[in-house]
Design a protein around this ligand. Sequence first.
Ligand code: NAP
Length: 305
Amino acid sequence: MSVIYERVALIGLGLIASSMAHAMRRAGLAGHVAGHARSAGTRATAQRLGIVDSVHDRAAEAVAGADLVVLAVPVGAMGAIAAEIGPALTPGATVTDVGSVKQSVIDAVAPHLPAGVHFIPGHPIAGTEQSGPEAGFASLFDNRWWLLTPLPDTDVGALSRLGALCQGMGATVDCMDAAHHDLVLAVTSHAPHLIAYTMVGVADDLRRVTDSEVIKYSAAGFRDFTRIAASDPVMWRDVFLTNKEATLEILGRFTEELFALQRAIRTGDGDMLHDYFTRTRAIRRGIIEAGQDTDAPDFGRVRTP
Ligand code: NAP
């Protein structure tokens, strides 16, 4: 594949940014990749691992001359970064982000970007519970969706160029508006994470009663919850604070369903439980058939180096 952007600036050098650096290098999509992270420790790690071609102490320095800037920091930090880099952006450059929530990022970032810069928000539907520059790997985006939420006046050429980059990194691109994105992700990602956090919290309380049995006899259901509940606390705090309405809407529906199931258990309504679980099993099959997971016991999550 050929170079799509001459100079890419990655702001934030965690799981997503470092995976992008690896994936761009794998396919030769960028001429030069510059990087910036907040802490000296993360910058030193990125330098030592050779993830990017140059590491910069200041975000504004990293974006100078870049034709693509990627904001890959927690959602709550996007606005301040945009304010810092705005004056240093090159006319005609594209700015995108990888935040898990879209409308709040648009509200926080767009006001700081000068005219002549294309802002195309995005979100790769790919990740792990790991964070930091060492967690990244080139195949993270392979066969995953990369959702773009272009604004009404988005330049078509800039959009298709960014789409080509995402495809070059292995992803399949889809476009939707930000509000729709935030509702869909509240169902598929945000509410499930909150439920996992809650379940692990309940088990932790119980552990004080049952001593260490919760850990010792941890079965697959609980183990899967703990994997999700090990996700980065800052990232997820910001997701819930910024996708408040959609998450609360889905959690309201979740609570109603939970009560219905609770009632079925209490009244011994086996037919209701059986029908419900048959319906949910079909959804799992659909996800596997769509290539978004495997039916291996470890769900294909154990990576070979
Ligand atoms: P991560 O591994 O925790 O990395 C975050 C990076 O942002 C670090 O390099 C960190 O630098 C930097 N950073 C944090 N606060 C900053 C600030 N105030 N100013 C400048 N830099 C700052 O996070 P990630 O998993 O890559 O997530 C990055 C973004 O991708 C988030 O918006 C998240 O919502 C989104 N996302 C995550 C996933 C996932 O599964 N993890 C999936 C899709 C999208 P230091 O290390 O120096 O603090």
